[in-house]
Design a protein around this ligand. Structure first.
Ligand code: NDP
Length: 448
């Protein structure tokens, strides 16, 4: 572990003491703090105003009961969360995650990351995150609808277009957002489009929102490659996951001339040396809501493994797009041994800190999620703009805006890394650039 600056160490100790048992939150704070030494050395005014103590404490945390009735008539109880972390730059903005692993520590880690990610986009959005320990897997549409309606019945009191604007994340896509928006509309008797993003294009959604996180990640990595005089053309790429982010990352890699040879879900991974058949993958995952193991039924030359790790597959570029801590130190060592040169986090914090250190010492260009995957929330902010002006932009126009925003984030990270004496260090660049913008706004707003 990197030693923290003497001003940061006591704040981090406080985070450990005040948030016991929240390992992912501790990890996310540590990761940011390890980059901030040069910032606190340069900006005593941040220290004096206790910006660091304030930024690690959510402005508000809401935990609530979500009762619903399953298809057999049995009452089920889940727990719902919304952490409104920081609104210095704008209304809280961040997705909802439905997954059995969800607890307060996961939502706080995601909310904390979201503050800096949203800041990096340059758009007026604060950071928040929410979700539930509800497991949508294997549930009928009717059960999903009843759960979403119950979840929104409580959440609706805490959100609004000027307050807090949720979106999707793991387990929450267009179907779930539709049920939640429907319930919000019913409860408030208002068609308040700006209260949620990721909506369908026929009911206030933006073109490109579905594709945005995956496309944006690949636009960012394309900038990294261009800065090395390279491109995706002819590159072997491994993308983990097969959900929303992974599918559209794969699509953009293919459009840019790369070959994605492996993808996964939580039960295993497939390798297809001829290149993943994206139409087939979409059919399995988006239409049938099936498992990735079904891929080999239609493509017998491909292989499926239910054990081992997708990171053992040799590649030039690795794009983890599933979940936190899915790529550990051993995986990073294997990737480096097989010649990986670029790693970009499509998911939030998929690489452990030990893995990130392996990449750094091997000279691999490693792009953290808060920079690489910011295209999703950036396009959500574009959706908010369209809702506010009652407008609807074309796919091409929205995609061009996304591309421009990702290039801007890339350049901001690279320039900040240079300015702080860490050329090529996208982790330091993202953390410092993201932090400074929020810290300046917090200073301007006084002690609140
Ligand atoms: P989806 O639910 O669409 O897909 C998640 C994928 O990851 C599935 O393939 C899933 O497999 C796999 N996965 C989930 N949990 C685990 C686990 N514990 N172990 C192994 N595999 C797992 O989610 P998204 O694609 O939307 O999100 C993926 C990541 O990207 C998350 O980290 C999310 O926070 C991040 N992200 C998403 C954004 C968005 O716009 N959607 C924006 C920015 C970041 P299975 O089906 O078997 O569970």
């Amino acid at each position: 572990m990197t030693q923290l600056h003497p001003h940061l160490e006591p704040v981090f100790d406080d985070v450990l003491r005040r948030n016991p048992g929240e390992a992912e939150f501790h990890q996310a704070v540590r990761e940011v703090f390890e980059s901030l030494g040069p910032v606190v050395a340069k900006r005593p005014d941040y220290v004096d105003a206790q910006i660091l103590h304030r930024i690690v404490e959510p402005e508000r945390q809401i935990i609530f009961r979500v009762p619903w009735i399953d298809d057999s008539g049995v009452v089920q109880i889940n727990r719902g969360f919304r952490v409104q972390f920081n609104s210095a730059l704008g209304p809280y903005k961040g997705g909802l995650r439905f997954h059995p692993s969800v607890y307060l520590g996961i939502i706080k880690f995601l909310g904390f990351e979201q503050i800096f990610k949203n800041s990096l986009t340059g758009l007026p959005i604060g950071g928040g995150k929410g979700g539930s320990d509800f497991d949508p897997k294997g549930r009928s549409d009717a059960e999903i609808m009843r759960f979403c309606q119950s979840f929104m019945t409580e959440l609706s009191s805490h959100i609004g277009q000027y307050t807090d604007v949720p979106a999707g994340d793991i387990g929450v896509g267009g179907r779930e957002l539709g049920y939640m928006f429907g319930q919000y509309k019913r409860l408030t008797n208002a068609y308040e489009s700006g209260v949620l993003t990721g909506k369908g294009p026929t009911w206030g959604g933006s073109q490109v929102r579905k594709e945005a996180t995956g496309y944006g990640t690949i636009y960012f990595l394309d900038q990294v490659l261009q800065s090395k005089g390279e491109s995706f053309e002819g590159k072997r790429v491994v993308v983990s996951g097969s959900g929303n982010v992974a599918i559209y990352a794969i699509e953009k890699v293919q459009q840019l001339g790369g070959t994605v040879i492996a993808a996964s879900d939580s039960a295993g991974y497939v390798v297809d040396e001829r290149g993943i058949d994206l139409e087939l993958l979409k059919e399995i995952k988006e239409v049938r809501r099936g498992r990735i193991s079904e891929y080999v039924d239609a493509r017998p030359h491909a292989s499926f493994s239910s054990s081992g790790t997708i990171w053992s597959v040799p590649c030039d570029i690795a794009v983890p797009c599933a979940t936190q801590n899915e790529l550990d130190e051993d995986d990073a060592v294997a990737l480096v041994e097989h010649g990986v040169t670029v790693v970009g986090e499509g998911a939030n914090m998929p690489a452990t800190q030990a893995a990130a250190r392996v990449f750094a010492s091997a000279g691999v260009a490693f792009v953290p999620g808060k920079a690489a995957n910011a295209g999703g929330v950036a396009t959500s902010a574009l959706e908010m703009q369209q809702n506010a002006s009652r407008d609807s932009w074309s796919f091409e126009h929205t995609d061009a805006r996304l591309h421009e925003i990702m290039k801007g984030i890339h350049d901001r990270c690279a320039e900040t890394a240079d300015e702080y004496g860490r050329p090529g260090d996208y982790v330091a660049g993202a953390n410092i650039a993201g932090f400074n913008r929020v810290a300046d706004a917090m200073l301007a707003l006084g002690v609140i």
